[in-house]
Design a protein around this ligand. Structure first.
Ligand SMILES: [Zn+2]
Length: 464
């Protein structure tokens, strides 16, 4: 088989959300050296009521789990059963995600190499449209007893994999497994176990070549799989191929969540300008459109010229000046605005859009400048930059999945003042007069996420 130790895992749960629902049963078939098979299963008291529909589907009732152990009581056994194994499950993200969350609630981390049998089935039987467990059972005439119970379904997966090795050349199955596992082929100059030391948590990473400056800075909510993806045959971009040739070491920093990783990535890329971060480096070219109350040609303004306390009349942000012009052109054609009046074209007399009958006629006096301007403001309204919605400085608390790490991001007027992990750091940030340099990239990150994290108002920082 494809690994010396494999754990076929199935869970029953109270619902489909790993965050909100809980495990009611765990079934594991552990196979070592192809023939040494151990089965392990237990009901789990979820600490909440099982919805009636779910009870009907699985046959696991509230009464059955009332005296069962809690997940905390079996966590050690589960970890021992799947330890050192490739974790195999049908729609594995579901089972793996539930276990990760249950371990997370206990403040423990849980990681495994995961193989999804839906993906494996899809790869080996690409012409079959259906790959859910009943379809797989039917296609391969698998013996299914105790369907919808954890151990019953785990046994089916073990049968399925045995069937694959019987029906197909072993090399075909192994290749498909490697593809599904996305086994990275690490560049030879990196240690073969380099990925083992990288956690499956959010953070930023840096790839170094021979110089002190990084070649590339990246971020992810799962550092290990993101870094591995740079070295996976299926996914490699030309950029990744060149990086693979040059990389000599990897460094990483953990963060509590996605926002922290995004902020740190943005900061590192701006400060270090890594050679392979072309896309991110271009964020420095972000602009907004400045449109005053009086009819004038819209102006293009970069981050450094923006006063974060005076955002009225600014629209965007746009990735670059050409991107802003493109949006303006689209709005013009939707609202029959005038190309010369918007500065999209220099011409005397009817503008290009007017010649196509797509301009209401500001260029030929058919519409007054004031009326045209009012319509421009209306068309731009959805892009208006938002005023800072708080009286002053705030902290956004971001907590890691395990609850072990809390990052406290401090902002004022859309400017990121710093991130604190403990009280002392927070005071240091608050006592430093803020360098409130407005950054459209940070604005864009924050405006999308402001409502998702708990906000704490903070005392005002001393003014500049
Ligand atoms: Zn016109």
């Amino acid at each position: 088989m494809f690994a010396p130790a494999v754990a076929f895992v199935d869970l029953e749960t109270t619902g489909t959300s790993a965050r909100d629902d809980r495990i009611t049963e765990v079934g594991i078939v552990r196979v070592e050296n192809e023939t040494d098979v151990t089965e392990w299963a237990t009901l789990v008291n979820p600490g909440c009521s099982i919805p009636a529909g779910v009870q009907a589907l699985t046959g696991i009732t509230n009464a059955m789990v009332a005296d069962a152990p809690t997940f905390a009581q079996i966590a050690g056994d589960v970890a021992a059963q799947v330890g050192g194994c490739v974790f195999v499950a049908h729609n594995a993200r579901f089972d793996y995600g539930f276990l990760k969350h249950e371990f997370g609630r206990l403040g423990r981390s849980f990681t495994a190499k995961v193989l999804c049998t839906v993906k494996l089935s899809r790869r080996l039987y690409p012409d079959s449209g259906r790959h859910h467990l009943d379809a797989v059972i039917e296609r391969h005439s698998l013996a299914a007893s105790d369907r919808h119970r954890a151990l019953g379904d785990a046994r089916i997966l073990w049968q399925f994999v045995q069937t694959l090795y019987r029906d197909k050349p072993a090399s075909d199955v192994d290749t498909a497994v490697a593809r599904v596992l996305k086994t990275p082929s690490l560049p030879p100059q990196l240690a073969s176990d380099v990925l083992d030391s990288i956690p499956e948590c959010p953070g930023v990473y840096r790839f170094y070549g021979l110089n002190a400056l990084p070649l590339y800075v990246g971020k992810s909510i799962d550092l290990r799989s993101r870094i591995a993806a740079h070295f996976c045959a299926d996914y490699r971009s030309p950029n990744d191929l060149r990086l693979s040739a040059e990389i000599t070491r990897i460094e990483f920093e953990e963060t509590a969540g996605e926002l922290g990783a995004l902020l740190r990535e943005s900061q590192l890329v701006k400060a270090l300008l890594p050679a392979y971060n072309q896309r991110l480096r271009r964020r420095a070219e972000m602009v907004v459109l400045a449109v005053g109350d009086e009819p004038t040609v819209p102006d293009y303004v970069r981050s450094e010229a923006i006063d974060p306390r005076a955002l009225e009349g600014l629209y965007g942000p746009f990735a670059s000046r050409p991107a802003a012009r493109e949006v303006l052109r689209t709005l013009a054609s939707e609202a029959r605005l005038c190309w010369t009046t918007l500065g999209l074209e220099r011409r005397v007399g009817p503008c290009f859009a007017r010649q196509l009958r797509r301009c209401a006629g500001a260029c030929v006096g058919a519409e007054s400048p004031a009326a045209h301007h009012a319509r421009l403001l209306e068309a731009l309204a959805p892009y208006a930059l938002r005023r800072w919605p708080y009286p002053g400085t705030i902290g956004l608390r971001e907590t890691s999945l395990t609850g072990e790490r809390i990052d406290f991001h401090v902002f004022r007027d859309w400017c990121w003042l710093g991130t604190a992990r403990e009280e002392g750091e927070l005071y240091a940030i608050l006592e430093t007069p803020p360098r409130c340099s407005f950054d459209l990239d940070i604005y864009r990150l924050l405006v999308k996420r402001l409502s998702r994290l708990p906000v704490t108002p903070l005392p005002p920082s001393p003014d500049r």
